[in-house]
Every structure is written in structure tokens, then in C-alpha cells.
Design a protein around this ligand. Sequence first.
Ligand code: PLP
Length: 358
Amino acid sequence: MDGNEYVDFHNGFGVMLVGHAHPTVVAAVQRQLSRGTHFAQPVAEDAVVAEELSRRFGQPQWRFTNSGTESTLDAVRIARGFTGRDRIVKIEASYHGHHDAVLVSVEPPAALMGPVKAPVSVPMCEGIPDSTVELTSVVPFNDLEALERVFASHPDVAAVILEPVMMNIGIVFPDPGYLDGVLELAHRQGALVIFDEVKTGVTIAPGGASQRFGVVPDLVCLAKAIGGGLPCGAVGGRADVMHTISDGRVAQLGTFNGNPLTMAASRATLCEVLTPSAYAHFDALAEELAGDLGAVIDKHRLPYHVVTAASRGCITYRSEPVRSYRDYLEIDASMAYLSWLYQSNRGVLMAPGARQAM
Ligand SMILES: Cc1ncc(COP(=O)(O)O)c(C=O)c1O
């Protein structure tokens, strides 16, 4: 509107991994546009995309949705149906979309979040029933003892849902062994593990965090970048867990699920654009950015550091790594906001606020 031009480092919250209007994706969508946009029937691309996701994430079965919210909503319901239990455990501060069960302790205010050994489940906004909040237990990231305590006091846990790499408080990596530990604890109690890979998905490795860390959960949620810029989502999982859908025990529904336009874009994105050389390119860019930004930080002796993971990256405005939300709360966010404003005024569009990674 104002005639300004920006280099886009926001990328639509990471959706536009392949860039805006990539010619291969545009051609695939245009081809499908002229053949029809919606049939509410399976299309051939559904199977091609599902097979490609299986290859990348090691999950044999997939269902499609239209957003990350729908993917985590379906995964929670599948886990509840499979286990016959109601409780879920989530990580303090994580965002998994806007359905009630997970809108709990999404960056809770410090005054309400309770002690670190017993975090309080805090609804994110009005309109979420207390009975739903009560069924969502909260633990800090990278804290297996906290998870053990929840399991000890709650025998009704259906699933632990987590972002295997947290991406809404900068980028927070799992400690070595943490993801394996979550799986081991959950399975010992008969609960499932859901990786929310909506952001990490095809961005930090071809098969996301599952592949990067070699840890295969029971269910994986995807969305964002897998659709090349169209509304999209997918849930993948173990055959016996996904069987709850095919045998009719759990409903997984949606008029636009697996619709032809999204599937055409997704097939082109996954099979033609996000090739091994694309990932080598992401790694090279990450190395260059981390090197140059790190050199500026070192030169000025700033107490900051750079975190990258293939196509994702951020600056963390403190010297030590952040391991969980409570570490992150210690950061003075004003420099991050100032950086965002400075970049905005100089033609670089960053994700809004201090929290988001590129
Ligand atoms: C980790 C994670 N899960 C789920 C979602 C929800 O996705 P959507 O906005 O497509 O519903 C988001 C959105 O930012 C997310 O970051």
C-alpha cells in the first residue's frame, strides 16, 4: 500500500518454505484448477502424498486435514479413542492450535503459572470449560522428572503432545535423550506420544524432528509448509493406532480433507521442490547466516547467540541456551522487539514479536 518492498523472512509463519509463487507449485495448482477444485472424493495425489510422508516420517498411515489445529485435534481424539483415557499432557508455553484441549498454558502469565515442580494449567482465554482445562496437565520442556510426577499422580493419561523442538519461544532443542525418555515414560504407562511437527515438519529435515533425532512417536501432526502455501494438514501414525479410524471407533472428518488443489500443491512441493539438494541449500544458508550473525555478536561482545536448524533460525537474546519457558521468561524481550522494528523500517519482514523463529 505504501510502496515499500520487503525481503520476506517471515514466510507466512514458515509456510512459504519453497518461496512465493514457486513456478512448479503454480503449474501444479493451475493444472488442477482447470480440472476441478473439489469433489469430496479421494484423488490420486492423496496416495502419492501419503506415501511420500510415510517415507519421510516413518509412519505407515496418514489422514489429511486443513490446518495444524485440525491435525492436533484429530491426534488427541485418536489417542483418547485408542487408549480409552481422557487426560493429555502438554508442554508449558507450547502452542498446538486453537482447540480447547490444547489452549492451556500457552505462554501463561508468570503470576499464574505456579511453581516449576507443579505448573498450573492456565486457560489461554475465556470460553474454555474448566472441565477441559482440568484434563490437560502441563510440564516444562526438557524435564523428564516432571513428566514422571504427572504419570505417578494421573493414571488416566492418553497422550503426551509436544513440539519435539519448541519453536514459539525462539528455538529450543530437546536435551540429548529427552525425546526417547518421553517415549519410554509414556509407553511404560500405556500412553501415546504425539509429535506436533506442524513447524518442524519438512523444515528442519526432510522427515522433520522424527528423522533428525531418529525418534519415531506414535502419532505425528503436520501442516504449514507441507502444502506449498495452500491450507493443509495431515496426521500420521502407527497402523494399530490409525486403525481406530478405519474400524469406525474414532471419527476423523472434514469436507475439504485431501482436496485436489492442496494435494496438487503438496505433491509438487514434497516430490519436486523439496529435494535433497533443497535441504543442502537450507543447510548452507543456515551456516552462512549463523556465521555472519555470530560474528557481529562476537565483535560487539553481546550476550546473545544464534540457533539454526536447516530452514529455521533465530537469535536468542541471552548467552546461555534456553531449555524451557521459564528460562525464556528471564530474557529481556526489548532488544528482540527493537530488532524487529529496525528490520521492518529497513525492508526486512520478520515474524512478529520476540518469540517467533524465522
Ligand atoms: C506447533 C504448532 N502446532 C499447531 C499450530 C496450528 O496450526 P494452524 O494455525 O494451521 O491451525 C501451529 C500454528 O502456528 C503451530 O505452530
